[in-house]
Design a binder for this molecule. Structure first.
Ligand code: PGA
Length: 257
């Protein structure tokens, strides 16, 4: 069985002090819980040390939002997977649509970053998803399949299950427009079908696929009740402890917990 996995992507919000306060609120609220759901947060780089330290031994995992593909060198302004590992980060988002759209990331650079995660023992959360224009042209499955081929196609079957795939339709991110549970399930089934076609059966069975795009407390459970939706990657709603906790509660409800 795949446990639901809910991750809050804080984007460019919350410096060290605010991040520590939010982490502390989550830690308190989730202490001693019946952990039927895996939970993580992805603060900005500068807030990672405070959050890693605050969440030590809580079971709440910490992710970075980005990394550079090289381990070190003359890359002004960049951070490597090895540096993130040293800070105690366990996961890293790779290929978020904002990185692809605003910062020029390509399928090829995303693939290199997935490789860098593996070299440092970081677990990638690979983001894929189509734009509105691509969906309107009926290309959503082709686009997501292309992104998967590029980022994961060359990995070994033993590596893929440690990747979390986040399906995030670009038109649903930060817009308040959520994919319907059926629209999301449809694409998640396509992604799982891609895994089935490329790798031995255990890979598709065990790899988690999150949905992202305007997930809130009031739509989390119905999305995650879908058979191929194994969690959520949450932006805006993860900045508020209560709202994020409501999403985690929705995930628990959806897993029957
Ligand atoms: P949103 O962002 O929840 O604010 O739509 C999701 C994401 O970008 O991961």
């Amino acid at each position: 069985m795949r446990r639901k996995f809910v991750v809050g992507n804080w984007k460019m919000h919350k410096g060290p002090q605010e991040a520590d306060a939010l982490a502390e609120a989550l830690k308190k609220a989730l202490a001693g819980r019946d952990a039927t759901v895996d939970v993580g947060v992805a603060p900005p780089f500068v807030s990672l040390p405070a959050v890693v330290s605050r969440l030590k031994h809580t079971g709440i995992v910490v992710a970075a939002q980005n990394l550079h593909a090289e381990q070190q060198g003359a890359y002004t302004g960049e951070v490597s997977s090895e540096m993130l590992r040293q800070v105690g980060v366990a996961y890293c988002l790779v290929g978020h649509s904002e990185r692809r759209q605003l910062f020029g990331e390509t399928d090829a650079s995303v693939a290199r970053k997935v490789g860098a995660c593996f070299r440092s023992g970081l677990l990638p959360i690979l983001c894929v998803g189509e734009t509105l224009a691509e969906r309107e042209a009926g290309q959503e499955a082709a686009v997501v399949t292309r992104q998967l081929d590029a980022a994961l196609g060359a990995l070994g079957a033993d590596q893929v299950p440690s990747v979390t795939i986040a399906y995030e339709p670009v038109w649903a991110i930060g817009t308040g427009k959520t994919a319907t549970p059926l629209q999301a399930q449809d694409m998640h089934a396509t992604i799982r079908g891609w895994l089935e076609a490329k790798f031995p059966a255990f890979v598709a069975k065990s790899t988690r696929i999150q949905y992202g795009g305007s997930v809130k407390g009031n739509n989390a459970a119905e999305l995650m009740r879908m058979p191929d939706i194994d969690g959520a990657l949450v932006g805006g709603a993860s900045l508020n402890a209560e709202e994020f906790l409501a999403i985690i509660a929705g995930a628990a409800t959806a897993s029957g917990g």
